[in-house]
Every structure is written in structure tokens, then in C-alpha cells.
Design a protein around this ligand. Structure first.
Ligand code: AMP
Length: 121
């Protein structure tokens, strides 16, 4: 299948992975709206909210809570917007949840700097 996010899951296209398990992958958005902007995607291809399995959706929500905590701990974010586009609002037709940090003071780290901060022990 010629799906960009399926190719990321299959390691055919590189990504900055933050978390992975048997059901989902979390990685940094290549064009972040704020430092630490991430996407959570299911490893099975679903197009959007219309066809995603509800157990997988629950798992994505569970992980989004953990990632919010990680972003608070490591990047000291002050808030987060969690959203998901469908239909004409959606560019990539593989379900993805956006996690977009909000900061009181602007935090403009590069993708590489964000990756280092989030992945160091
Ligand atoms: P949407 O409009 O909800 O479909 O958003 C798609 C998101 O995927 C955008 O925020 C893009 O910056 C992001 N994106 C596109 N290609 C890549 C990629 N290769 N690696 C990481 N994020 C990507």
C-alpha cells in the first residue's frame, strides 16, 4: 500500500520515534506547530474516525495521557491540544492523533533538540 504512514511503520521512511508498541507508533511531526508536536498512529491502516477500531482508539487515548505527562516532565509544556482531522481536513489518509503542546513562553527547539530531550533517560 502506498501510504506514507504505513511506510513509516515499516521503517521504509525514517521518523523520530518517541514510543512504540504492538498496536501504535508515536513520532515527531516533521512540520511541528510547536516544539514537541507528535502524532500517534495505529499500526493497522485505518483511514480516520469512521473506520478505526474502538479498542485501538481507546489505546491511542490511553497513550496520549502518558505522552502528555512525558511532555510536561521533559519539555515543561503548559498545555496541550489533542486533535484529529477527517475528510477534507485530513491530508494523510491514515488515522493520526495530533498532540500539540502549548507554552506560556515560546519554546522554539529544533526537531533534533526536541528528540534528544524526549529520548534521554
Ligand atoms: P493532517 O492534516 O491531520 O493529515 O496532518 C498530517 C500531518 O502529518 C502534518 O502535521 C504533517 O506535518 C505531518 N507529516 C507529513 N509527513 C510526515 C513525515 N514524513 N513525518 C512526520 N510527520 C509528517
Amino acid at each position: 500500500m502506498n501510504c506514507l504512514f504505513c511506510r513509516i511503520i515499516n521503517n521504509e521512511i525514517p521518523s523520530k520515534k518517541i514510543y512504540e508498541d504492538d498496536k501504535i507508533l508515536v513520532f515527531l511531526d516533521i512540520n511541528p506547530k510547536a516544539s514537541g508536536h507528535m502524532l500517534i498512529i495505529p499500526k493497522t491502516h485505518y483511514t480516520n474516525i469512521e473506520d478505526i477500531d474502538l479498542d485501538v482508539l481507546k489505546h491511542i487515548n490511553d497513550i496520549s495521557k502518558k505522552i502528555y505527562q512525558l511532555l510536561k516532565d521533559k519539555l515543561h509544556i503548559d498545555g496541550i491540544t489533542i486533535c484529529q482531522n477527517n475528510g477534507i481536513s485530513q491530508e494523510i489518509k491514515h488515522f493520526h492523533m495530533h498532540l500539540i503542546p502549548n507554552y506560556i513562553n515560546n519554546n522554539s527547539l529544533s526537531l533534533e533538540e526536541v528528540y534528544k530531550v524526549l529520548t534521554r533517560e
